[in-house]
Write a protein that binds this ligand. Structure first.
Ligand code: UD2
Length: 315
């Protein structure tokens, strides 16, 4: 039947994708260095799942992988996913986030019969350009090593389709949230941080949420299950080949509205402490998702619905 490779498959988004692929009866090989991900995110007892602890910045790991297995599809999500870490360690980030991508592309090109190579890019490539909504052809202004490597990787990925006929697609994820997102760093996704504080309050601990700014900033928060749907869609639809797509809901919500909605859902009175706007933050962001919708994408979760599912999983 052929194998599916998921790099970063033990991470937040990757592990949701792996679970869905296993539900569909696929044979899945996960490569993850466990720097951000965890084996606990994976059903290691599933006979259709093979977990390999390895680093994509090591070319011999990739070579050995492709010498051992052949793949029909590749979902490349493995990366230094923290923007803050990329600012601290630009070179290490680059080795994983750009060179790792090229190692994979080269191996995939040599295998010849890959059906699809899907790359996880980021809305970070748009930087702080104020034009909204962000369209795939909006100005690109990557501001951090993370964003620069994501954009460079995207160009490699897409041009491997034109240069070598490798059927590639790149997805620009907006603000993904959902079960399993790690709240441990101050730069973790804000929904995971709010969830963590609500849980602490639920358990009788003294917790509050620090809001940077006045809460009027807006984002396009997309539930992780919809991101999985987008990945599967572009891996099956031939019209997606060679294209870049935004992955969001196409709706913006202010942080304050998100917090109020979440407080209502949880029924927990979380104290909010306001602090100055976080340096480097953008004010507003949301995606135009008409391109992805034109090939069949239908986000299933409004923010309220996604938060409900997320919260029910916590209690
Ligand atoms: C993403 C990146 C961030 C930076 C930024 C550039 C992630 C998780 N973050 O941030 O590193 O590259 O894009 O545009 O990829 N907030 C609070 N309190 C908290 C945490 C966050 O008020 O404890 C605010 C934050 O100031 C922002 C909003 O919540 O206005 C969303 O924050 P985020 O880090 O989840 O996402 P974003 O898009 O700002």
């Amino acid at each position: 039947m052929g194998n599916i490779l998921v790099t970063g498959g033990a991470g937040f988004i990757g592990s949701h994708l792996v679970k869905e692929l296993l539900n569909l009866g696929e044979n899945v090989i996960v490569v993850d260095n466990l720097s951000m991900g965890s084996k606990e995110n994976l059903d290691l007892n599933n006979k259709n799942l093979t977990f390999i602890e390895g680093d994509i910045s090591n070319q011999s790991t990739i070579t050995e992988l492709f010498n051992t297995y052949t793949f029909k599809k590749i979902f490349h999500l493995g990366a230094v996913a923290s923007v803050a870490a990329s600012v601290e360690h630009p070179l290490e980030t680059h080795l994983t986030n750009l060179e790792g991508t090229i190692y994979l592309l080269e191996a995939a090109r040599k295998q010849k019969d890959i059906e699809r190579f899907v790359f996880a890019s980021s809305a970070a490539v748009y930087g702080d350009d104020p034009a909204l909504p962000k369209r795939e052809n909006s100005p690109i202004k990557p501001l951090t090593p993370y964003a620069i490597d994501k954009y460079a990787s995207e160009r490699y990925v897409i041009n491997y389709s034109k240069l070598y006929g490798l059927p590639t697609v790149a997805l620009r994820f907006f603000n993904v949230y959902g079960i399993g997102q790690n709240p441990s760093s101050p730069y973790s996704g804000v929904v995971s941080i709010i969830t963590d504080r609500l849980k602490k309050k639920l358990n009788g601990e003294d917790a509050s949420f620090i809001l940077f700014g006045d809460g009027s900033q807006t984002r396009d928060f997309v539930f992780v299950k919809d991101v999985v749907q987008a990945n599967l869609l572009v891996s099956n639809n031939k019209d997606a080949i060679g294209n870049v797509y935004n992955v969001g809901t196409g709706e913006k919500i202010s942080l304050m509205d998100l917090i109020s909605t979440y407080i209502k859902i949880s029924g927990i009175d979380l104290p909010i402490k306001k602090e100055a706007v976080r340096s480097g933050d953008i004010k507003d962001s949301y995606a135009d998702v008409s391109a992805l919708k034109s090939i069949g994408f239908m986000p299933e979760f409004t923010v309220e619905e996604g938060l409900k599912v997320y919260w029910e999983h916590q209690i």
